[in-house]
Design a protein around this ligand. Structure first.
Ligand code: FEO
Length: 405
């Protein structure tokens, strides 16, 4: 993809990764992009780089605008490998450039590169860099989502380069939200935002709310939000800000996600009466089989729904491995304001459902106990019991939803 002007001499010079489906263990069925931005001012400034496998594409884009040797400043908003590793290739072309980075970023980047000869400038919130006609304001955003993270705001153009925040894992020929919706759909873009948030930013909800409040206090006007992945928000940046506030506040649909795995289809057979029980209370419901679904999508579905019912067969007295793996991952994401319950089948001895509840309690979720467990396969009487549990769970979800949405 060629360099694209975002606004008044600020160019996207990144790379689209059409092929990536496994992003450090997080499935990316839509691919992704590594966005970075070249500011063509008196002092040419590059904000962020790309994953080093894509340096050649980035450098070609820069060369279409200027000799990379003329870059005077490089801003590193975030030192995760997908944005920072390309700096080695850029520094080889412009070794005297000043590198602007946070203190934590400096401590991290020196683990990757010999920075002894670099002209490094450590910055903090409120520091500015004048590039000629433009002023760059730095805003630290520690733990959003790494300790080193910051954002760069171009004052004159009201452009916020937001690194990972507000991004999405999407590979597309479109660079902007208004272009994307002409070839795809707004619903798909929204879905990609939720997917990204749920899998990467879920643990940091309170920090996100605080940081957005800080930005509002500073009175920054934002006309464009340019993240380091996916689509740039120029038509309606306020929409993605509001989406983040809602996601960070734990807003959810009044619905239930049934997320399960199965050995010999018995736990699977339980999902239908369970869904019917939930639906009998007028609550929406979706069934997701773990081994048939990328984990990142199961996480997104869990976060979209107010309630989650986890189905697991018992294997050797404990949870089925794919379910245990999923719940371990979810525990790290620290979901809040959600209701959980469990169900499953067993042969000669149970235990998985009990273990799932122990996990829910460690996560601080609101639970509907004791769940439902059946021996070998559900009988007609079991199906009635399962239906009733689904209905009881849905009533709890409605009650919880009224409190938290
Ligand atoms: Fe896209 Fe935190 O890296």
């Amino acid at each position: 993809m060629k360099a694209v002007e975002v606004k008044n001499g600020i160019f996207w010079v990144g790379a689209v990764d059409w092929e990536v489906r496994d992003f450090h263990g997080y499935e990316t069925p839509r691919g992704t992009s590594y966005n970075n931005y070249l500011i063509m001012d008196d002092d040419i400034t590059l904000v962020d780089t790309v994953k080093c496998d894509f340096s050649e594409l980035m450098i070609r884009n820069i060369k279409s605008l200027v000799d990379p040797g003329k870059i005077k400043n490089i801003v590193i908003n975030h030192i995760e490998n997908d944005h920072m590793t390309g700096i080695g290739d850029i520094m080889a072309l412009t070794p005297n450039a000043a590198v602007y980075i946070t203190e934590k970023g400096k401590k991290g980047i020196e683990r990757f590169f010999d920075i002894s000869k670099w002209n490094l400038k450590v910055v903090k919130t409120g520091d500015t860099l004048c590039t000629g006609k433009k002023t760059l304001l730095f805003l630290e955003t520690p733990m959003l989502h790494w300790p080193d993270s910051m954002m760069t705001y171009v004052k004159e153009d009201k452009v916020l380069i937001s690194q990972d925040a507000f991004g999405q894992h999407i590979a597309s020929a479109a660079r902007f939200d208004d272009e994307y919706v002409t070839c795809q759909s707004m619903a798909e873009l929204d879905d990609a935002v939720v997917d990204y948030y749920a899998n990467i930013l879920m643990p940091f909800g309170q920090l996100i709310k605080n940081k957005i409040a800080d930005v509002q206090k500073l009175g920054l006007q934002i006309e464009i939000i340019a993240p380091d992945h996916g689509i740039i928000w120029r038509q309606n940046p306020g929409k993605v800000l509001q989406m983040y506030l809602d996601l960070a506040s734990g807003k959810a649909d009044c619905s239930v996600a049934i997320i399960y795995d199965t050995m010999w289809h018995s736990t699977e057979k339980m999902t239908v009466p369970l869904l019917e029980g939930v639906r009998s209370e007028g609550v929406g419901c979706k069934i997701i089989k773990l081994r048939a679904t990328p984990m990142s999508i199961a996480v997104k579905e869990l976060w979209k729904a107010r309630g989650c019912l986890i189905g697991t067969p018992t294997l050797n007295n404990i949870m089925f491995p794919s379910v245990a793996n999923f719940l371990t991952h979810v525990r790290g994401l620290r979901p809040k304001n959600r209701v959980a319950g469990a169900f499953g089948s067993y042969g000669w001895g149970g235990g998985a459902v009990k273990e799932a509840y122990e996990m829910f309690k460690k996560m601080g979720l609101d639970v509907v106990e004791p769940g439902v467990e059946v021996n070998y396969k559900p009988s007609e009487a079991d199906e009635k019991k399962i239906f009733e549990f689904g209905a009881e769970f849905a009533r709890k979800v409605k009650e919880h939803h009224a409190k938290f949405n």
